[in-house]
Design a protein around this ligand. Structure first.
Ligand code: AHR
Length: 494
């Protein structure tokens, strides 16, 4: 019944490593405390950026980091965040808790962070409340290699050489917090603003237009019809919310199987959204020149009781590991169109990789999935057919298994497979089809727990992490694995 046939001779496109990207907004404790502690902090840091967080993120090969928002981006005025820190103007973060920030983490600090991480910067510009000139000058400040008012100012502020900046977003959620625009109006705004986002020297900007919210297919249609030739990427935002956004999203830790089921069913919707938005993009761009950039995704629950409602702090459980696992598998499967994705958000916000409590730091189950899945970055996607039994709950059902497979430069085959059924170990038989099969070794790791809400805490930071998996046999092109209930497994064949 549960069968996976992988054709090793049918390689598809490369899985862009940027699918494994991240998003860090000025929101709650994502930037301040999560990354930025300041040079005088007792928390070990390099140039004010905490070392433990950087090291942890390097371990998952973070390829790209989106900043400064989110909704914050369309209220952010970058000039307030450069120059001597003690002289910087403050800013009130009206979207997120109305807190006043000192702007100590600005452009120089972000570019330094990307440097330390070895990640590409992806900056979201301000369309909602910023001017065209302000956006143009930001790009000049960062990338202009000659003499200009902005590059001179950058030099005065301590940075002689321009930075390399590839990814630039022209606004964020301009259908909502970024200006409540109609798609027709935003399409025109986009055309106008992007004109002034210029390439300087050999720095070429990859321009990303604000795309749709969830299933707003009309937004995609209008953007593609009116601005396709001016964009390199079009974004898509989709959050997995078990309940209702306004009425109550559901608890991150206190849930039963009904919410487990509905959450994973909603996570699987990503596949439908990519297919349908992709089909519209295909009509205007059959060559798939324009990338779909899912630059906000992840689980969104009610905040942890007792925490600031504007800070979006939530715990992260085995359920989130499954959301990450299935979503990354879906992105891999759509690697021909999806060429970047950025989970929301890196530290202490929504489906975070890392939670901090002042000087302490823990890694979440979602972090561990990104660590397991990093083998897919820049590998070639393999074609497969998966037959899965159903995971049934009440009168609804979803496929119990969800997978993706790739082959890397060394010829290693990596299969990531999620068992969504929390009640049943599933035996999966995998047939490897190839003219010449030269794989003989197998190793595997699994992330699972007996409790659906298992998570890591500051008292028990290693409660949930991947362990070696040995319920697996490999002989004569056939692999048999007994996948535990509610698990994410990585199988490597070499
Ligand atoms: O990630 C939190 C918020 O979700 C972002 O600021 C916004 O773009 C989206 O609505």
């Amino acid at each position: 019944m549960n069968k996976l046939n992988i054709n090793l001779d049918e390689k598809k496109e490369k899985i862009n490593k940027n699918i494994y990207g991240h998003f860090a907004e000025h929101l709650g404790r994502c930037i301040y405390e999560g990354f930025w502690v300041g040079e005088d902090s007792d928390i070990p840091n390099q140039n004010g950026i905490r070392t433990d967080v950087v090291e942890a993120l390097k371990n998952i090969d973070i390829p790209v980091l989106r900043w400064p928002g989110g909704c914050f981006a369309d209220e952010y005025h970058w000039k307030d965040g450069v120059g001597p820190r003690e002289e910087r103007a403050t800013i009130v973060n009206t979207h997120w808790g109305n807190v006043t920030e000192n702007n100590h983490f600005g452009t120089h600090e972000f570019m330094k962070l990307c440097d330390l991480l070895g990640a590409e910067p992806y900056i979201s510009g301000n369309v909602g409340s910023g001017t065209i000139r302000e956006m143009q000058e930001w790009v000049d400040y960062i990338t202009h290699d000659g003499e200009s008012p902005m590059s001179d100012w950058r030099k005065e502020n301590g940075r002689e050489e321009p930075w390399h900046l590839k990814y630039f977003g022209v606004g964020n959620e301009n259908w909502g917090c970024g200006g409540n625009m109609r798609p027709e109006y935003y399409a025109d705004q986009y055309r106008n603003y992007q004109t002034y986002v210029r390439d300087h020297g050999d720095n070429e900007i990859f321009k990303i237009a604000c795309g749709a919210n969830i299933d707003d297919y009309n937004w995609t249609e209008v953007l593609m019809e009116n601005a396709a030739s001016q964009m390199d990427g079009l974004s898509l935002h989709y959050y997995t919310i078990p309940g209702d956004f306004w009425e109550g999203k559901g608890s991150a830790t206190d849930f039963k199987e009904d919410e487990w089921f509905i959450t994973l069913k909603k996570a699987l919707k990503m596949d439908e959204l990519i297919s349908k938005h992709g089909a519209i993009m295909d009509r205007y761009d059959p060559e798939k020149r324009i990338a779909m950039i899912v630059d906000e995704w992840g689980a969104w629950y009610d905040v942890k009781p007792g925490t600031n409602p504007g800070f979006l702090y939530q715990q992260n459980t085995l359920r989130d590991a499954l959301i990450a696992g299935v979503t990354l598998n879906i992105f891999n499967q759509h690697a021909d169109r999806v060429r970047m994705a950025n989970i929301a958000q890196t530290n202490n916000v929504l489906q975070a990789m890392i939670l901090t409590d002042k000087e302490d730091m823990i890694l979440t189950p979602s972090y561990h999935v990104f660590e397991m899945y990093k083998v897919h970055q820049n590998a070639e996607l393999l074609h497969f057919d998966l037959e899965s039994e159903a995971y049934k709950f009440d009168d609804q059902e979803i496929p119990a298994l969800n997978a993706s497979a790739s082959v890397n430069k060394e010829g290693e085959v990596n299969i990531t497979v999620c068992n969504l059924d929390p009640n049943k170990e599933i035996e999966l038989k995998t047939n490897l089809l190839a003219e010449n099969l030269n794989l003989s070794e197998v190793k595997a790791r699994v992330l699972t727990a007996s409790q659906l809400n298992a998570h890591n805490s500051f008292d028990n930071p290693d409660n949930l992490k991947p362990v070696e998996f040995n319920k697996i046999e490999f002989a004569e092109a056939q692999l048999k694995a007994k996948l535990p209930a509610a698990s994410v497994t990585l199988i490597t064949l070499s």
